[in-house]
Design a protein. Structure first.
Length: 306
């Protein structure tokens, strides 16, 4: 029979899993971070997370957010096959890692590390420059850089500028471009903070993103992020909860619980029968002993062995 220690351990693990699943993650760019620097707003409308490039067996849109490491050869192969199947990859970020990824995918778009400021056409301050899309929608950016090459989708204003030493170089600057590769398409937004909860909910940012997906289901890639143990557990618990939420799994679990309950009940009944047999046997040999006291001793002995 399951011992009290084992039951306690199972309950402890269960409670810890529940706590981990409900407590928000504070890691920047985490889909489980509800704070200003998380991407839970982007995640809640997604079709899920792609934790490995081997999961790219769907048709739709893959969103890569601020990559923190270079893809492996297998990753590149899977990403290229994803594009060959006519799908779309949206990349948010700038710098060498993003440029390296785009190049490995066969693209020519280049991000620059210079920050774009705008003292006139901005949201609250010059580090929040605004950009206009071809549909004249206003986008709010935050510490964005700019792009070269590709077909421009959104540009900053003529008042925007970058600092080159003591000199100012004025825009407009392209902050979003697209490029067709094989049968697919990549779209690059040079602002890695665009999809953070705080920025994503400003202006027409959300509308702009959903227009880029063309109504297709989209998934968020995490296999190019540095995964902390806590984030790893959150992802595994999230996958487990989705697995359990399926109807056939609920039926299996309920059936297993019912069978286990019957089994435990039968063990308890068997223990009662054994106790009764042992007491009767002892009382036959020692009729002058206290039957109630013997019963208590046997029950304590059984409890200690569980």
């Amino acid at each position: 029979m399951i011992s009290k220690i084992n039951i306690g351990l199972i309950m402890f693990i269960f409670v810890m899993l529940i706590l981990i699943s409900y407590f928000p993650n504070t890691q920047p760019f985490s889909p489980f971070n509800n704070g200003w620097n998380g991407i839970s707003s982007l995640y809640k409308n997604s079709s899920g997370l792609i934790t490995s490039s081997s999961m790219l067996n769907f048709n739709g849109v893959l969103v890569i957010v601020n990559p923190e490491k270079m893809p492996t050869n297998k990753d590149i192969q899977n990403l290229n096959n994803f594009l060959k199947n006519g799908n779309e990859i949206i990349i948010f970020g700038d710098g060498n890692l993003v440029n390296g990824l785009i190049k490995l995918l066969g693209g020519n778009i280049i991000t620059n590390n210079e920050i774009v400021y705008d003292d006139i056409f901005n949201y609250k301050s010059n580090i929040f420059p605004l950009a206009l899309t071809s549909n004249k929608e206003k986008l709010v950016l935050f510490y964005t850089s700019y792009l070269n090459n590709g077909t421009p989708i959104a540009n900053t204003s003529f008042f925007s500028y970058i600092k080159n030493g003591s000199n100012l170089i004025y825009g407009p600057f392209t902050v979003s471009s697209e490029e067709y590769i094989n049968k697919g398409k990549i779209i690059v937004i040079s602002d890695p903070y665009f999809i953070l909860n705080y920025v994503f909910n400003l202006g027409n940012n959300q509308k702009f993103f959903f227009n880029l997906t063309n109504g297709e289901k989209y998934y968020i890639a995490t296999f190019l992020q540095n995964e902390t143990p806590y984030l790893f557990l959150k992802i595994q618990i999230n996958n487990l909860s989705k697995f359990i939420s399926q109807l056939y799994m609920q039926i299996i679990l309920l059936s297993a619980f019912f069978i286990a309950s019957i089994f435990v009940y039968s063990l308890k009944e068997e223990a009662k029968v054994n106790n009764s047999y042992n007491i009767n046997k002892i009382m036959k040999e020692h009729p002058d002993w206290d039957k109630n006291l013997i019963n208590e001793i046997l029950e304590e002995k059984n409890n200690e062995s569980k």
